[in-house]
Design a protein around this ligand. Structure first.
Ligand code: UTP
Length: 507
């Protein structure tokens, strides 16, 4: 453990000695905690971090002036699309994905270090229940999809296989997530195949480049963004762990998309067959101003350009087929080969430019009084997971249907988008569609038939409540055996027990 003198000397070198200004008032416990927090901050890196934050914040806001001229959509040869490909092609992608999963070459990696400030709950977002009839949390849905995809791949290839689950957490989410998994018996996954690791934290900084004290004995720290993944992979030797297990392909995703298809065989298969080292799933933007990043090229290099950096005129441009020219919305679902991750962590990580977020950061004033600022007073610096696309040798994008694969939980109810209500609705509407496609029919409480597929609205609550456990169906497959020609009254909860009841007896 570093001494006060050593830490003070380091802070002096970094121009941040003010972080110890309440030292004399602190009791031994808080003193030790503060030293433990400060000791790992390497002086040169801390100085540079604070300098960069203040400098980045001083830049004028808005898009770089010449961006529009440098922008191009992804060329068609880099794009695959679920809706624009024929069934045979889709089958080949899926088959290849299942093959790789069955060979134990595929892992999933969850980015779960965020603070979820917009949702505003005091626990990790993955532990959130959006109000499904089953009461399942996001973590449970994901765990069950892993189990199901392992089962499907295993059955196809006549083998048993494992999709290891790597979970990047942060100081905020590691403890409660680990506890939650233990409490729930790892949702029946083998704990040896669930690997949690922690990303780094960085101090929040004032506009004039001073790290902020949240309390007299605590620096205001925030996780270093989901692009902190690359440092965290190196810090915790995660790629070595993947190598030991024979993992070659990694599906990286965000915690908050309730429809996420973990280790999606079609996506994996498409990327593998294209020989890609890096890939991104995209959905068509719903409207030109939709606030999602766009996967495109800048000076011929693949990138995600943030919606705020694209002018309204550029955002409205149309391609010859009538779709938006810059319509490939990023949904934080990425494919990486282990080799690519190795190269990025070893060589490219320092080249990733941090992004600046200006936030209200609670802090103590000169007298040590707690201040909750009413306007933004601090800078948080974050790296983004997708900023590595520029280093890919063979980047591809894979377009999927939004209503099947993307509904993120960002805001608290009653927000009109990306809320518990909209995500719950998206999942239940999807399951209702799956049930109808499998040949089920539903009646309302008075016995009247409910709408069938052609008249089913894409938005709003589905006519009947239908929830299908991921353990029964991963993406709508295999439901006919339980549902074909059957009538149900809402709600239908198709979990493993119900599936057993509905399964016709073997002749
Ligand atoms: P968001 O940018 O939506 O952030 O994260 P958030 O923390 O979930 O929510 P807000 O902005 O505070 O309301 C997108 C994904 O990246 C992860 C999140 O956990 C989420 O899966 N993330 C974000 C990290 O893993 N680490 C970070 O430092 C930031």
């Amino acid at each position: 453990m570093a001494s006060e003198r050593e830490v003070r000397a380091g802070l002096q070198r970094a121009g941040q000695e003010h972080l110890l200004r309440f030292w004399a008032e602190l009791a031994p416990g808080p003193r030790a905690a503060l030293l433990a927090e400060l000791a790992p901050l390497e002086p040169e890196a801390l100085r540079e971090h604070c300098r960069r934050a203040a400098a980045a914040c001083a830049l004028p806001p808005g898009p770089p002036p010449d961006l529009a001229a440098r922008l191009q959509p992804l060329p068609p040869e880099r794009l695959g699309s679920v809706s624009r490909s024929d069934p045979e092609t889709r089958r080949r992608w899926e088959e290849e994905g299942f093959r790789q999963i069955a060979l134990n070459k595929v892992a999933v990696l969850l980015l779960a270090g965020g603070q979820g400030t917009r949702l505003g709950v005091a626990y990790p977002k993955g532990m959130y229940r959006v109000g499904l009839p089953s009461g399942k949390t996001l973590y449970q849905l994901q765990a069950e999809r892993i189990r199901r995809v392992e089962q499907l791949a295993g059955e196809r290839r006549g083998t048993r296989c494992t999709v290891p689950w790597y979970i990047m957490t942060s100081e905020f989410t590691l403890g409660p997530t680990a506890e939650f998994f233990k409490e729930h018996d790892f949702f029946h996954l083998d704990p040896a195949n669930v690997v949690m690791f922690e990303q780094r934290m960085l101090p929040a900084v004032t506009f004039d480049g001073k790290a902020i004290l949240e309390r007299k004995d605590k620096v205001a720290m925030a996780p270093d963004g989901n692009g902190g993944l690359y440092c965290a992979l190196a810090d915790h030797h995660i790629l070595e762990d993947m190598e030991r297990r024979g993992v070659e392909f990694v599906h990286v995703y965000c915690v908050d998309n309730i429809l996420v298809r973990l280790a999606d065989p079609a996506f994996i298969g498409f990327c593998v067959l294209r020989g890609a080292d890096c890939g991104a799933k995209v959905v068509e933007k719903a409207y030109p101003e939709e606030p999602v990043g766009v996967v495109c090229q800048v000076d011929g290099v693949p990138q995600v350009v943030e919606y705020s950096e694209i002018s309204p005129e550029t955002a409205r441009l149309r391609a010859s087929d009538g779709g938006l020219l810059y319509g490939a919305g990023n949904i934080c679902n990425h494919f990486f080969t282990r080799g690519f991750l190795q190269m990025v962590t070893r060589e490219c990580e320092p080249l990733l430019k941090p992004h600046v977020a200006v936030k209200k950061v609670p802090h103590v004033d000169e007298e040590g009084n707690l201040v909750k600022p009413l306007k933004p007073n601090g800078i948080k610096m974050e790296k983004f997971v997708f900023d590595v696309f520029q280093f890919a040798k063979n980047f591809v994008a894979f377009e999927v249907l939004r209503e099947e694969e993307f509904s993120p939980l960002k805001n608290a109810d009653p927000a009109d988008r990306d809320s518990p209500c909209t995500t719950r609705r998206a999942l239940l509407a999807q399951h209702y569609r799956w049930a109808l496609q499998a040949g089920a029919r539903f009646r309302d409480a008075h016995g009247a038939w409910l709408p069938e597929l052609p008249s089913l609205p894409l938005h709003g609550d589905p006519p009947a409540v239908c929830e299908i456990s991921p353990l029964v169906s991963y993406a709508g497959e295999g439901l006919e055996v339980y549902l074909q020609g059957q009538e149900f009254q809402s709600p239908l909860i198709l979990d493993e027990d119900q599936a057993r009841v509905l399964q016709p007896p073997e002749s």
